[in-house]
Design a binder for this molecule. Structure first.
Ligand code: ATP
Ligand code: MG
Ligand code: MG
Ligand code: MG
Length: 483
């Protein structure tokens, strides 16, 4: 069985053998770009080449890119831990052609890598192709389909709509159809019952998208019309952790050697084992996922803070602390203790992680301790609320009280409910929602309220309301006229 590190190596070496230059991952945290906080796809670092602003130093490149999808159009945060194949931080393996080869090579090399090099059973692979959009005069991507037909039976090639199979950089600029490779990892008996093609693109945890091949062949002009792109671009992205799951015969990304060593240490520290109980498992997955995001962000120079990218990282760390506190019984800082095993696993591929280990541990520990103190204060307050309720013969605490815990002490409502339930009490859900709504209105009405990610100004002013992270984020700051 190939290890994750071997799988990553084999990808870039394969494309090197096809004339690609291996380049390092760009930082995951993007500084000095008002349009994007975090790298969310391999192509981000090549944006200027694709737009024609910079000449390409190499016409063919390949890499493994650290990506983070926790804001804007690509926000997978709420899924993470609950499903088994979306992460906050993940690695995207990619190969690019800038005005060099196009669909034929992109498709046949993808196939060669998966089937000939990695020996994946072709019977389990499916490809989607753009079905066309007659309204725009766009035909089905018969060209891509014709190349897939050389490798796959017709019923493994599936039409996809504009949403899934046509990629646009923004309202204008390079765009084109894409083909996605999906893999069916279910056991034989299940595959016999329902064919994989019926589950492609249906959020099935064992029939998943692994690789997106984008064929940029048009330029969309300001009037919305399309013209052929002079230098066509191939842009591919494959989910590394998903590929590891497929290669290692696992049912979840978390069962691979990318996550298992971390999960093992979490279990040792928390006195539990993975796979016993769904709630504990979710918490272990959340912590294992989030520690990577936080460690790599700090490495890239983004510490947790109260604004913008730093606030996003702080919220992710607090999400991990809350899951660990609630479901793993961790009342003291412990996430920082996972850093050594992470460095051991990933420090080879990402030496910057190893170089910053001491700083990473120190920052995470301090951040955990500060947040746990707030949680403790909140818990003392909640204890008093519960005693008062009981003394008054009530079985419920008010929405206002639950909201105070949420707003001032960072208690998510489910944590409050959990503690109440342990004490035979409940919270007024409706009342809580009313307070939540009131607060949103207050925020909207207040002048120049810093909400962390954006600032809202007064009536009549043109307001900067945030960054518009369209897919692969080329775009443009978003402004709104306040009525
Ligand atoms: P999905 O539909 O599963 O959310 P996507 O279509 O949003 O994936 P792309 O933007 O096409 O993903 O990115 C290329 C590849 O990166 C995907 O085929 C997938 O393998 C992987 N990928 C995307 N999002 C994640 C994530 N949150 N965690 C891990 N891998 C991911
Ligand atoms: Mg997605
Ligand atoms: Mg998709
Ligand atoms: Mg995709």
């Amino acid at each position: 069985m190939l290890t994750a590190n071997e799988i990553r190596d084999s990808f870039v070496k394969f494309f090197e053998s096809k004339g690609h230059q291996i380049v390092p991952s760009a930082p995951m945290v993007i500084k000095d770009d008002p349009t994007l906080m975090f790298t969310n796809a391999g192509m981000n670092q090549f944006k200027d080449i694709i737009l024609g602003n910079h000449p390409a130093k190499y016409k063919r490149v390949t890499d493994s890119q650290k990506c983070l999808r926790v804001s804007g159009k690509h926000n997978d945060l709420e899924e993470v831990g609950h499903d088994t194949y979306h992460h906050t931080m993940f690695e995207m393996l990619g190969n690019w052609s800038f005005g060099d080869y196009f669909k034929k090579e992109a498709i046949s090399w993808a196939w060669e890598f998966l089937v000939d090099v990695l020996k994946i059973d072709p019977a389990n692979l499916y490809a989607t192709v753009f079905e066309g959009s007659p309204a725009e005069g766009l035909e089905r991507d018969n060209e891509a389909a014709s190349y897939w037909e050389q490798f796959m039976p017709a019923d493994h090639i599936i039409n996809g709509n504009k949403h899934d199979n046509f990629w646009e950089m923004g309202d204008t600029g390079p765009c084109g159809p894409c083909s996605e490779i999906h893999i069916d990892l279910r056991p034989e008996e299940e595959r016999a019952k329902v064919p994989g093609r019926e589950l492609v693109n249906h959020d099935h945890p064992q029939v998943i998208e692994i690789w997106n091949l984008v064929f940029m062949q048009y330029n969309r002009k300001a009037d919305g019309s399309l013209e052929p792109l002079p230098a066509k671009v191939i842009d591919t992205g494959m989910g590394f952790e998903r590929l590891c799951m497929a290669m290692q015969g696992k049912r979840s990304n978390y069962d691979t050697d990318v996550f298992q060593p971390i999960i093992k240490v979490i279990g040792d520290l928390a006195g539990t084992t993975y796979g016993k109980d769904e709630k504990t498992d979710v918490a272990m997955r959340v912590v294992a996922d989030h520690v990577r995001t936080i460690a790599f962000s700090i490495t890239d120079g983004q510490l947790p803070s109260n604004a913008k990218a730093g606030y996003v990282i702080r919220r992710i760390l607090r999400r991990a602390v809350r899951y660990a506190y609630t479901f793993l019984g961790q009342k003291q800082a412990f996430i920082y203790k996972l850093v050594p095993v992470l460095v051991e696993n990933m420090g080879g591929a990402y030496p910057e992680l190893k170089a910053q280990q001491t700083l990473i541990e120190k920052v995470i520990k301090e951040e955990e301790e500060a947040f746990l103190r707030t949680l403790e204060t909140g818990i003392r307050l909640l204890d008093k609320m519960m005693a008062d309720a009981k003394a008054a013969g009530k079985t419920e605490i008010s929405g206002v009280d639950a909201f105070t815990l949420y707003d001032t002490f960072g208690f998510p409502f489910d944590l409050t409910e959990l503690i109440l339930r342990e004490n035979g009490l409940t919270a007024d859900v409706k009342g809580f929602e009313v307070e939540m709504k009131k607060q949103k209105e207050r925020a909207r009405n207040a002048a120049a309220v810093e909400t962390g990610d954006w600032v809202t100004l007064k009536e009549g002013e043109t307001t900067f309301v945030g960054y518009d992270y369209t897919e692969y984020e080329t775009s443009i700051l978003r402004y709104r006229q306040v009525k």
